[in-house]
Design a protein around this ligand. Structure first.
Ligand code: NAD
Length: 287
């Protein structure tokens, strides 16, 4: 079997037309959606992510503001900026690019964002609402994965779903979304004994561990749907290219559907950030 490719880039482009329409409609009502992105430090991957997010806003007609701080900035300075953005009527979404430098209390920074502008969905109030099945904002990466499944006719209802990774930004919200969609969900992590025994049972396998190509064909059930969330840069001696957590070339011979890296979940994460920002502006406009 050769798997069909879950093309996140194409789906994100398809969604863009809808975003442009909604953003333009809001702009005519003087509610042009606005996103503020805060970047602290010079992590090269974070710089690329922020640049891509800002460019995607421009392409969709969303106002964006990029605020960059040196790595040694005081936490109080960033908190004061967030407070100002919370009160800024041009801004409907606030995103703090993670990870933050070590001297930051990451959770305190995320909690400083007004929950109604928390377009990443990481605020405890929004995570709680998601856990209860009444989300205000769905975290962008798992939201993108759910959209990719739906667009490709994959209904999680009654399926065995296995997630590798239990982070607050991917694994846990992914598990909640799949539970609410009717899947039977297993969450694996670094302490899981015999990972392959779990992954081999999966009808839907989500890899989000940040380990290059570590999901190999022998760990995948024939015909499974495999979504690769991982983004890893190979060392220079291995070509320095981006790759996922899934060994794409071997897994595509076993799976029925597989997402590539790049061009899979990454573009959908950005698309869902735009969706959440527009939704926040629509809520504000509807008040
Ligand atoms: P994280 O480091 O916070 O979490 C990794 C998780 O993987 C942990 O729960 C850990 O227990 C688990 N894990 C690590 N090694 C394991 C192993 N050998 N077996 C089983 N589980 C193991 O990472 P994260 O922020 O959740 O991100 C995961 C990956 O997804 C990274 O590669 C990251 O770059 C990528 N990512 C991609 C997007 C996107 O838009 N595509 C968005 C966010 C994160």
């Amino acid at each position: 079997m050769t798997a069909r490719i879950l093309d996140g880039k194409a789906l994100a482009e398809e969604l863009r037309a809808d975003f442009q329409k909604r953003a333009a409609a809001l702009a005519t009502r003087r509610h042009r959606p606005g996103l503020a992105v805060l970047l602290v430090g010079e992590d090269p991957a974070s710089q690329v992510y922020v640049r891509n997010k800002v460019a995607a806003c421009a392409a969709a007609g969303i106002f964006s503001q990029k605020l960059v701080y040196p790595a040694d900035v005081a936490e109080a300075t960033v908190l004061a900026q967030i407070a100002a953005l919370n009160a800024d009527p041009r801004i409907h979404g606030i995103l703090v690019q993670l990870p933050l430098p070590r001297h930051f209390d990451e959770q305190a920074v995320l909690e400083a964002i007004a929950p109604e502008k928390d377009v990443d969905g990481f605020h405890a109030e929004n995570m709680g609402a998601l856990a209860q099945g009444r989300p205000r904002f769905i975290p962008c990466t798992p939201y993108g994965v759910m959209q990719m499944l739906a667009a490709n006719g994959v209904d999680p209802l009654g399926q065995e779903a296995v997630i590798v990774g239990r982070s607050n930004i991917v694994g846990k919200p992914m598990a909640l979304l799949l539970i609410h969609a009717g899947a039977t969900v297993t969450v694996c992590h670094s302490k899981t004994r015999d990972l392959a025994c779990h992954t081999r049972r999966a009808d839907i396998l989500i890899a989000a561990a940040g380990k290059p190509r570590f999901i190999t064909a022998d760990m995948v059930k024939p015909g499974a749907v495999v979504i690769d969330v991982g983004i890893n840069r190979l060392p220079p001696e291995a070509g320095g290219k981006l790759c996922g957590d899934v060994d794409f070339e071997t897994v595509r011979d076993v799976a029925s559907l597989v997402s590539p890296v790049p061009g899979g979940v990454g573009p959908m994460t950005i698309a869902m950030l735009l969706a959440n920002t527009i939704e926040a502006a629509e809520r504000e406009a509807g008040r």
